[in-house]
Design a protein around this ligand. Structure first.
Ligand code: 0RQ
Length: 501
């Protein structure tokens, strides 16, 4: 749809994805758009993958560094990983083929806090960004860009790349125009100023991405949907987790520690997070707001039910059904949704100022309150830390949630010592499983251990955890965090050896 490309200079750069992919050099670092399956380029990555596969078949070396906002989709991460095109990936992924390559040692992966990515590239810490490949919903006459369904790191990629390739996706609704708020005030130290955002709904930037047309080397037209994976319906376990969190929030309001409409909510990825939102949408809470990264089905439901007044995020992460609901009625949602760059949606300063209630998933937690969100049995990556660390450390309340067991009960999510640490005991205030909720605020490590075991662990694993703790208190050389180093990973080792903890 050429009417989406209103700038004449950029119209003259329309070409096929294959031609555009030819402009990307070997060993280039590429900054691609895309955040949790939204707003990623749909054609250039696959064309690049084909070109790299052909080069490999000829015996030529060809690899690229791949930087994004967060996870993308099979057409991007999957296509490139499939042909072994990526030598280094950052900052968050959830692609099964990439995961396999990373865990096989065939792809380097740097797992980073999502708020850090843009500034580390600006600082020059990650090397040169050669090419930006950015999906947009349209190009305006002055060359500025209408962002699509995610913002992520697009501003930084466009500003810093030597060359820019744009994908103009006519599948994206033009009603997205005006929904974004791109902040251009992030100077570098020592010239930084406060981020002037004091309410979830504040607009502090502009609705468009600035882009120097002279830097654009290709414009590719696409018409393809975002990934939009469905969520599974909340199961009894996630409903129980959501129920415990509702009860806890009610309690905090009663105690006067939270206002009746709570504080801005952040909700992580995954089915449990979505179930919590579902529960909130049916709760008695009103006038809620959300300052988060991804806008999921549950949030949309809360807007529909009139409970949620305002959401700030960096991307949509919707099921096909929810997307249809949103797109059918986008103008109605426009004054309730703002999409921002991830360096702002995840900014520690803003999260701390707003007093966000952070709710994220975990893989395992230990009895002292340390949380592993990323690694399986201490060595294999699952997805990445994403924004959970940005939020957990700076939140008003930092909540982590998980079923108490995994793999049909063979694994306890509560272990003596986490096999990898993403969130230290200092950043974890509440742990919730279907068994119950452990409020760790104001508790020392030994006090925490008792609460975590009693409230969160599955009954099948509770006695063994109590026993580990009891022996620790007796035999550990230090009684502050009484670990028994010879036993701390025995549960993980047992699982690796026998398939059961
Ligand atoms: O694997 O499907 O193969 O069985 O991990 O687990 O229980 O479905 O939970 O979808 O909520 O994901 C932490 C991964 C939880 C997610 C994590 C296995 C389990 C299953 C998924 P299978 P569930 P969820 C904002 C915030 C980090 C990023 C983040 C995540 C799979 O929440 O990636 O928070 N968080 N971002 O079987 C072995 C254990 C296990 C285990 C679970 N202890 N050992 N396997 N699994 N526990 C958004 C962004 O930042 C973009």
């Amino acid at each position: 749809d050429r009417s989406r490309i209103k700038n004449a200079q950029l119209r003259s750069k329309i070409m096929s994805a294959e031609e555009a992919a030819k402009l990307i050099p070997n060993h280039a670092n590429i900054g691609m758009s895309g955040f949790t399956g939204s707003g990623y380029p749909k054609l250039v990555p696959a064309a690049l993958a084909k070109r790299i596969m052909d080069a490999h078949l000829m015996g030529d070396d060809f690899k690229v560094g791949l930087w994004t906002g967060a996870s993308t989709a099979p057409e991007l991460d999957g296509a490139l990983a499939m042909v072994d095109a990526v030598d280094l990936r950052l900052p968050y992924q959830s692609d099964p083929i990439s995961r396999k390559r990373i865990n096989a040692g065939e792809m380097e992966y740097i797992d980073m806090h999502l708020s850090h990515v843009a500034q580390l590239v600006w600082f020059g810490f990650l090397g040169k960004l050669n090419t930006a490949v950015i999906e947009v919903a349209g190009i305006r006459e002055d060359g500025s860009l209408i962002p699509s369904s995610s913002v992520g790191n697009n501003k930084t990629w466009i500003d810093l790349a030597d060359q820019v390739i744009l994908e103009v996706n006519s599948w994206q609704s033009l009603d997205l125009e005006g929904m974004h708020d791109i902040y251009y005030g992030t100077e570098l130290p020592p010239h930084r100023l406060p981020i002037p955002l004091v309410n979830v709904g504040d607009r502090i930037g502009e609705p468009y991405l600035r882009c120097d047309p002279n830097k654009v080397v290709a414009v590719v037209e696409t018409d393809a949907p975002d990934r939009n994976s469905p969520f599974s319906a909340p199961d009894p376990s996630s409903r129980a987790i959501a129920g415990h969190i509702m009860e806890f929030l009610e309690h905090e309001v009663k105690k006067g520690r939270l206002p009746p409409n709570l504080l801005p909510l952040q909700s992580g990825v995954g089915n449990i997070a979505n179930a919590v939102l579902d529960e909130l949408s049916q709760s008695r809470f009103e006038g809620l707001t959300s300052y988060t990264e991804v806008l999921q089905d549950g949030m949309l439901k809360m807007i529909q039910s009139g409970k949620l007044d305002m959401v700030s995020a960096t991307a949509f992460s919707l099921s096909p059904d929810a997307l249809q609901t949103l797109m059918a009625d986008l103008p109605r949602y426009k004054d309730k949704i703002i999409l921002r760059p991830q360096e702002i949606s995840n900014h520690p300063e803003v999260i701390r100022r707003l007093g966000v209630i952070a709710m994220n998933g975990l893989i395992e937690a230990d009895i002292f309150g340390n949380v592993n969100s990323t690694h399986i049995m201490g060595s294999g990556i699952m997805n990445g830390i994403g924004g959970s660390g940005d939020f957990a450390r700076n939140a008003f309340l930092s909540i982590f949630m998980t079923p108490s067991t995994a793999k049909g009960g063979a694994i306890s999510a509560i272990v003596p010592m986490v096999s990898h640490t993403d969130h230290t005991e200092h950043d974890v205030q509440v742990i919730v499983t279907e068994q119950g909720l452990a409020d760790l605020r104001g508790l020392s490590p030994k006090q925490r251990a008792k609460v975590v075991i009693e409230r969160c662990a599955h009954p099948d694993y509770r006695p063994a955890l109590h026993e580990y703790f009891r022996r620790g208190v007796h035999y550990a050389p230090g009684k502050q965090t009484p670990h028994l180093l010879e036993d701390a990973f025995s549960w993980h080792l047992r699982y690796l050896q026998t398939g059961h903890m």
